[in-house]
Design a binder for this molecule. Structure first.
Ligand SMILES: *Cc1c(COP(=O)(O)O)cnc(C)c1O
Length: 360
């Protein structure tokens, strides 16, 4: 079988969690939104059950899936509640939710409460990301209003950085200054994503929220996992399914975008954009064949890629082709494809087989 396989190294995941925990010296919500960044939600959560202080997701639905799977840790919903019925689901399942706008606040104020307990909320303050959150000028009154809602418990205050991945930009320090006056307004605070955990010690307060670093990709521009002391978790692999000799001038693939500069060997491997490999990966994007680099030539198609085998005289049908992971940093492939590792992970399709590995 030549189906592409994503091998998930759960020991590397645990290592990366510990790295985050040591770097931050704070409790962590492991961010497992979007199917654990495409790595498989329940497998990832099970592997981290011993270590993780809590888990964070985007949507109430994702948190409910974790509770019904038996996860007992704290759960935080970053996107908060969208509709009134979610309030009861969250409260009845001890799911903490982020409140980031007036509409949510109004929903909480008109909620009648549940006999199973209070709803635990975090207030998100927009310190410069300008996506979700209350403006600092408005946040004080929001905190007071939340404090006076009978069935609601204010648990924490959080904010999110726009540029923590770029250590040369000043906006992170500005955001830290904006949140400082609110640090004592609740029992908990949460500031740091992966980039802040690894690169911004001033953000090591309260609860960290590492995502991408858990999966072994560097959050920083122009760096790879190794530079940050983390290990790749996913290795995406397929096989060569055809090898042939082409003539000088032969054009390869749709659009005939690449022509052989000489007589040469070209390999075809079983993966394409229908599996989630980026169609925008241009000629020159590396893969590993039997552990050694080889460049793509021609366009990525739905099920197949074509590979320059001039440096691989012995490559043969059935040989392993690594697209990213062990030995080939996903960050590098992301750069070739003009995207970020996050997107490469998230957009793998259901055609990929996942294989989970963990030392006994
Ligand atoms: C996704 C997300 C994170 C995790 O970010 P990484 O860059 O993957 O570490 C943290 N906080 C919020 C609010 C998020 O949406």
């Amino acid at each position: 079988m030549a189906n592409p396989v994503a091998r998930i190294d759960l020991d590397a995941l645990v290592h990366n969690y510990q790295r985050a925990s040591e770097a931050c010296s704070c409790p962590l919500f492991a961010v497992v939104k979007a199917n654990a960044y495409g790595h498989g939600l329940l497998h990832v959560v099970d592997a981290l059950r011993q270590q993780a202080d809590g888990f964070a997701v985007s949507r109430v639905e994702e948190a409910l899936e974790l509770r019904s799977h038996g996860v007992e840790q704290r759960l935080l919903v970053l996107g908060g509640i969208m509709q009134a019925p979610e309030i009861k689901f969250a409260s009845d399942n001890s799911i903490e939710v982020v409140i980031h706008d007036d509409k949510q606040l109004a929903m909480l104020e008109s909620w009648q409460g549940s006999d199973k307990g209070t709803l635990r909320v975090w207030v998100k303050i927009d310190t410069g990301m300008h996506r979700l959150g209350f403006a600092p000028s408005h946040a004080k009154s929001v905190l007071e209003r939340i404090g006076s809602i009978k069935h609601v418990e204010l648990v924490g205050v959080l904010t999110h950085f726009a540029n923590a991945d770029d250590l040369a930009r000043e906006t992170t320090s500005q955001q830290l200054a904006e949140i400082a006056p609110f640090e004592a307004s609740a029992d908990n605070i949460s500031l740091a994503n992966s980039a802040a955990i690894l690169g911004w010690p001033d953000a090591h307060k309260g609860w960290g929220r590492p995502g991408i670093m858990l999966y072994g990709a560097s959050p920083f521009l122009n760096r790879t996992a190794k530079d940050d002391g983390i290990k790749p978790v996913m290795t995406l692999r397929t096989k060569l399914i055809s090898v042939h000799e082409l003539k000088q001038g032969d054009a390869i693939g749709y659009g005939s975008t690449w022509s052989c500069p000489q007589d040469m060997r070209v390999g075809v491997a079983a993966i394409g954009y229908g599996d989630g490999y980026p169609r925008h990966a241009p000629s020159g994007t590396p893969v590993l064949i039997n552990g050694k680099r080889a460049p793509l030539v021609g366009r990525v198609s739905m099920d197949l890629i074509t590979i320059d085998l001039r440096e691989h005289p012995n490559a043969a049908v059935g040989d392993s082709v690594v697209l990213w992971g062990e030995g080939l940093p996903v960050e590098e492939i992301a750069q070739y494809a003009d995207t970020i590792s996050y997107e490469l992970f998230c957009r793998l399709t259901g055609r990929i087989k996942f294989r989970y590995e963990q030392a006994p």
